[in-house]
Design a protein around this ligand. Structure first.
Ligand SMILES: [Zn+2]
Length: 145
């Protein structure tokens, strides 16, 4: 009896949590970040892994974006903008959530650029725990196209 009960709970939990996932958010999350290595060039770091230090799973099929938040702050009399794109991601391996936070520095003086992406002068990414109280550190910078 106990065995059947356990199986039921597991299936229910799986179905419930799956409905919270937004897999299409992967399209907005770059696949790689880069770390400058001085004269040795740069190291490519996959953003399809769990950044919770006790886990560090590299199984991307076990990662599921949940939501996205955007914060924007206009600075330098409107000439510049600081944006934060925050993606909450669930890891099936450690069963915890973490955030990938992209910090974008935009130059709003580039008026001729039609897209927001083209105004980006610098974009860095770091990881935190779910409530952003614990910073897991900077991962690297994002190469703009
Ligand atoms: Zn994990």
């Amino acid at each position: 009896m106990l065995k059947f009960y356990k199986i039921y709970i597991e299936i229910k939990g799986k179905t419930m949590s799956k409905s919270n996932y937004n897999e299409e958010l992967w399209e907005e999350i770059p696949r790689f970040a880069y770390m400058a290595l001085g004269r040795r060039g740069r190291e490519q770091i996959s953003l399809r892994e769990c950044f919770i230090p006790s886990c560090n799973s590299v199984d991307e099929d076990k990662l599921h974006p949940i939501n996205k938040e955007k914060e924007s702050k206009i600075v330098a009399n409107g000439d510049a903008e600081l944006q934060k794109l925050k993606f909450l991601i669930h890891c099936d391996v450690c069963k915890q959530n973490f955030k990938l936070i992209f910090e974008r520095h935009l130059n709003n003086k580039l008026k001729n650029s039609e897209s927001e992406e083209k105004k980006i002068v610098l974009e860095r990414v770091f990881a935190t725990n779910a409530d952003e109280k614990e910073n897991f550190g900077e991962i690297g910078f994002i190469q703009q196209n």
